[in-house]
Design a protein around this ligand. Structure first.
Ligand code: HEC
Ligand code: HEC
Ligand code: HEC
Ligand code: HEC
Length: 225
């Protein structure tokens, strides 16, 4: 009986030793890990999250050679819009069946050169708004049906810097313009506003928005004649 008890005690001690040793051994192998499921909530400021949407392409944009033969400029950019902030018209032929995001996003999601249009494709800042032709239409005529006094509103000026060399302010509103790199980087970016530093990612860290106060113009009522 006594002998059995000693054997039992020995086995117990052996088991405990193996247990403790292997626990501390495997613990010593542990590496630092990031549990992403824990940090998805509030991982970015919601109003600024759009800014990082194309940041995966930032390094590519930074090292891309610039093709100056096919650069867009601000004049043609504004000419393609009925007024400042209006959706640009589609300056190229689209297939009748080619309605919707699938047809448009194959070129406009990531951009690139298109031989038949001899131009770089402007990247859309809003690939999620899938019914493109709801807002973007083709130009069917160059003049109005009836004469009108229609005049475009002016775009804000660029180059507003506090000091030479300091970051210019963002002169435009950010609604529909959260995704900075889609317009400010890459070969389709307009010459005057193409950034030299797409790789800095967090644009609003240095570029602040124009805090101009807006005035309340009351409720708009259409005059019926
Ligand atoms: C084969 C590629 C291709 C497809 C498909 C395509 N586009 Fe384009 N798109 C271009 C290119 C290239 C330009 C630039 C044309 C230029 O500058 O002359 C352009 C220009 C535009 C512009 C003007 C953007 C600006 O900033 O002025 C709009 C709007 C547009 N496309 C909308 C659409 C829509 C909507 C569809 C789907 C019905 C579509 N595109 C399908 C290649 C494409
Ligand atoms: C709800 C309306 C709406 C829908 C839907 C829409 N857009 Fe736009 N889009 C706009 C407006 C408004 C602008 C001008 C934004 C500005 O100048 O601030 C614009 C701008 C653009 C531009 C030019 C960006 C630049 O350089 O200024 C492209 C390219 C474009 N859209 C492509 C597309 C494509 C492709 C789709 C479909 C996947 C699409 N859009 C769906 C309203 C829309
Ligand atoms: C739809 C295209 C578009 C998007 C998206 C966009 N911008 Fe712009 N940005 C422009 C245009 C066009 C101008 C020239 C002034 C104007 O027409 O509003 C401009 C002007 C600027 C300027 C002034 C440049 C100078 O030389 O003075 C800054 C800075 C700027 N944007 C920063 C940003 C930042 C930061 C974001 C993202 C939060 C952003 N932009 C998103 C089109 C865009
Ligand atoms: C670390 C601060 C900083 C960050 C972050 C930053 N910028 Fe700038 N940006 C500057 C400064 C400084 C200038 C003025 C450069 C000059 O005048 O030589 C500038 C100039 C610009 C201009 C005018 C054209 C040019 O390149 O000179 C644009 C457009 C612009 N930035 C867009 C952006 C965008 C888009 C982002 C985000 C990808 C961004 N910036 C991030 C500091 C910054």
């Amino acid at each position: 009986m006594k002998r059995l008890f000693i054997i039992f005690l020995f086995v117990l001690l052996l088991g405990a030793t193996i247990g403790v040793w292997s626990y501390s051994y495997f613990e010593s192998l542990e590496e630092a890990t990031i549990e992403t499921s824990r940090i998805t909530e509030s991982s970015s400021i919601p109003s600024e999250s759009g800014m990082f949407e194309r940041s995966g392409f930032a390094m590519e944009y930074a090292i891309m050679p610039l093709d100056t033969d096919y650069q867009r400029n601000l004049k043609s950019y504004y000419d393609n819009r009925a007024f400042y902030g209006a959706p640009p018209t589609i300056p190229h032929h689209v297939e009748q069946s080619g309605i919707g995001s699938n047809a448009c996003l194959k070129c406009h999601e990531n951009g690139g050169f298109v031989d038949k249009f001899q131009a770089y494709t402007p990247v859309t800042p809003h690939p999620d708004k899938s019914n493109c032709v709801q807002c973007h239409v083709q130009v069917k005529s160059k003049s109005f049906f009836v004469p009108s006094g229609w005049a475009k509103n002016n775009a804000p000026s660029i180059g507003n810097q506090a000091l030479e060399g300091s970051p210019p302010i963002v002169p435009h509103p950010l609604q529909l313009r959260e995704n900075c790199l889609s317009c400010h980087a890459g070969p389709s970016a307009v010459k005057e506003i193409r950034t030299t530093h797409p790789d800095r990612i967090n644009c609003r860290q240095c570029h602040v928005i124009n805090q101009k106060k807006t005035v309340d113009i009351g409720t708009f009522k259409r005059e019926i004649k």
